[in-house]
Design a protein around this ligand. Structure first.
Ligand SMILES: Cc1cc2nc3c(=O)[nH]c(=O)nc-3n(C[C@H](O)[C@H](O)[C@H](O)COP(=O)(O)OP(=O)(O)OC[C@H]3O[C@@H](n4cnc5c(N)ncnc54)[C@H](O)[C@@H]3O)c2cc1C
Length: 400
């Protein structure tokens, strides 16, 4: 198959300074060398991201990009994380989400809300990719309705006793701990009923299994974790008592930018794949199908969405680094990029015809993986209300 020339490099070259662009290129080269040649085999053999690949990403510092240097990280910013999402997500969301979730969701609660001893105990290992932490928000009975966890933590003489189940836990296979969002004050105000606890995966009463039958993000570990009267101390609380939802919500702001980067990475891959294919594929009068205007329309739409997505993301990352990114802005970019990319992926597949069904062509994997960007880290449709509410203060303020 033709080697793809990357349109995304042109845009990133204009948007980034030389140092950041060099970093992006180094990660993209790693993706070309380590992911691209192996992905099909991993997929067909139903393998999760191999330990050697995780170790190599750890050596490159990809698990510690935004973690402070004093805690063993690269001391970078969220922009670095998003550049990694663009560079690795171009080939595989599954591989990109492994360090992506480990940092944007796993270590982030400790970075934002951890005590100095929690940070010292965990961040160096997390930054090196030696172990990971699961972001334990979703439950079998609680997805979008995240302010009301069914997992409960009850005060005991020595600390807390946690009972219940978390699911859709990305990176569970490699996790040493899970940040559990648990109900601690059932009669409290909405958003002030829960607390986050850092729970070791090997604590007595914790059991984990991989969720079977998943047809998306197939190399990513997705676990279900049960807690049967698990005892933890007061020092396992992350953030404030009954302030658990704030920990989860603030962490998700950055996570949504990362999810948007995966959607944009799919657009980048699709644009390159389609541009190459429609110039090669000959139909009618010995001419390439790229001569048809309706085929060109799809190339145009992919290119437009790619440039807009990248420009928007880089702007929002600047706001994130200044601490002025709003919840609504993070939600909007995730909603728009994921929706547009998944719709355009279908168009991209359609103009390539039957070949787009083949796993080796790559488009169908991106199409399937993009589904997760629409429902993960807040379902798009639930997030739309979150964005609309502040715009309708006269009628919605009582529901916030
Ligand atoms: C591969 C994968 C990995 C994941 N990783 C993690 C992880 O690491 N940690 C974690 O905690 N979670 C994780 N999740 C869970 C993810 O965040 C949830 O799937 C998401 O929050 C939606 O919850 P739900 O699937 O229970 O959908 P539900 O809440 O049951 O919603 C179903 C649908 O109902 C509609 N809906 C629901 N509420 C509203 C509303 N208020 N307004 C309008 N429409 C609404 C929407 O269309 C929504 O898609 C992961 C999910 C997947 C698929």
């Amino acid at each position: 198959m033709t080697t793809l020339r990357r349109r995304i490099d042109t845009y990133l070259g204009q948007l980034l300074d030389d140092e950041r662009f060099a970093f992006y290129q180094a990660v993209a080269e790693f993706g070309d060398a380590e992911i691209a040649p192996n992905l099909l085999r991993w997929e067909r053999d139903h393998l999760l991201v191999p330990d050697e690949t995780i170790a190599k990403m750890g050596e490159m510092g990809l698990f510690g990009l935004p973690i402070e240097a004093e805690h063993g990280g690269q001391g970078g910013t969220h922009l670095d994380l998003v550049l990694m999402g663009l560079a690795l997500g171009y080939h595989s969301h599954s591989v990109a989400i492994t360090p992506g979730a480990a940092t944007s969701l796993g270590s982030k609660p400790l970075q934002l809300f951890g005590t100095s001893s929690q940070k010292a105990a965990h961040l160096p290992d997390l930054a090196a990719g030696r172990r990971m932490i699961v972001f334990g928000l979703s439950e079998p009975g609680r997805g979008s309705d995240a302010t009301n966890p069914e997992v409960r933590a009850v005060k005991s003489a020595n600390g807390w006793v946690i009972t219940g189940e978390k699911c859709w836990s990305t990176n569970a296979k490699w996790a040493s701990h899970v940040v559990v969002h648990a109900l601690t004050d059932p009669t409290g105000r909405k958003g002030h009923r829960s607390t986050c606890f850092l729970v070791p995966m090997n604590a007595r009463g914790v059991t984990y299994g991989e969720m079977g039958g998943k047809m998306v993000w197939r190399q990513s570990s997705t676990g279900s974790i049960s807690f049967d009267r698990v005892e933890v101390g007061d020092d396992s609380i992350v953030g404030a008592l009954h302030g658990g939802f704030k920990v989860m919500a603030e962490t998700l702001n950055g996570g949504r930018l990362f999810v948007a980067s995966l959607a944009v990475a799919s657009l980048a891959f699709a644009l390159d794949r389609v541009s190459a294919y429609v110039q090669e594929r000959i139909q009618f009068d010995n001419k390439p199908i790229g001569r048809f205007q309706r085929v060109q329309d799809v190339v145009f739409e992919l290119d437009l969405a790619l440039e807009e997505g990248l420009t928007w993301l880089v702007h929002l990352l600047d706001l994130y680094s200044k601490g002025t990114l709003s919840r609504e802005q993070a939600a909007k970019v995730k909603i728009a990029c994921s929706r547009r990319a998944s719709e355009l992926l279908l168009d991209a597949m359609e103009i390539c015809g039957g070949v787009a069904c083949l796993d080796e062509f790559g488009l169908i994997r991106h199409h399937n993986d993009l589904f997760v960007t629409r429902v993960g880290e807040g379902s798009n449709r639930a997030l739309m209300s979150q964005v609309a509410r502040p715009l309708l203060p006269g009628i919605m303020s009582d529901l916030q």
